[in-house]
Design a protein around this ligand. Structure first.
Ligand code: G4P
Ligand code: MG
Length: 175
């Protein structure tokens, strides 16, 4: 099997991508009441986004892969929002994740959140992989923002790095 190409990114690059995306979100006129971050990949992007769009962050945990790294039949909630009705009903929600890959988890999460009758809902991902998607963005979603569109390679995020200096060297091509 051909080796997967890896794309390494620095925190610095990611911060700038989030800032640029925040400016696009603000320019669009979409003004969320609340940010919902999908854990764990969406946590750090959502926190950076809050620097530019100051809203409370709620978090949800979903898992789609089992312990053998095989996709489950459907994503599973491992953590959800409590007092969900009061927190989401009639609100403008911005759902944040790090990567739109197959889109399966994203679709599942959007549909689950839509059940709580938000006033409006948008999605923001740091990276959208340019590929055929198995999931769909539901029609009710009014805006889709992607910080960057990347080719279908394996993205190596700095928060997964064992050695952050080596991560930066790889990302900057100084190896
Ligand atoms: P999607 O709906 O957002 O496209 O997600 P999908 O179910 O396809 O992705 C399942 C998992 O695979 C997600 O992690 C996602 O972050 C991860 N993933 C997909 N492509 C990449 C990649 O290029 N690099 C990295 N590092 N991860 C990728 P998860 O199971 O939700 O775990 P977590 O890491 O977010 O906690
Ligand atoms: Mg994720």
């Amino acid at each position: 099997m051909a080796e997967v190409t890896k794309q390494y990114l620095t925190y610095n690059t990611i911060h700038k991508t989030v800032k640029k995306m925040a400016q696009t979100i603000i320019s669009s006129g979409f003004d969320p009441d609340v940010i919902v971050a999908i854990g764990t990949g969406g946590f750090i992007p959502a926190r950076i986004l809050k620097t530019f769009i100051t809203r409370p962050i709620l978090t949800v945990g979903l898992s789609y892969y089992d312990e053998n790294n095989q996709p489950k039949e459907a994503p599973e909630k491992i953590q959800w929002i409590d007092e969900v009705e009061t927190k989401l009903k009639g609100k403008r929600i911005l759902l944040v994740d790090e990567v739109d890959d197959s889109r399966v988890t994203l679709e599942y999460c959007l549909r689950e959140l839509l059940r709580h009758k938000p006033k409006e809902m948008a999605v923001a991902v740091l990276h959208n992989k340019n590929k055929v998607k198995r999931g769909v963005i539901p029609d009710e979603i009014t805006h889709y923002f992607a910080g960057e569109v990347l080719e279908d390679n394996w993205i190596c995020y700095p928060w997964d790095a064992d050695n952050i200096d080596e991560q930066d060297r790889q990302a900057l091509g100084h190896n």
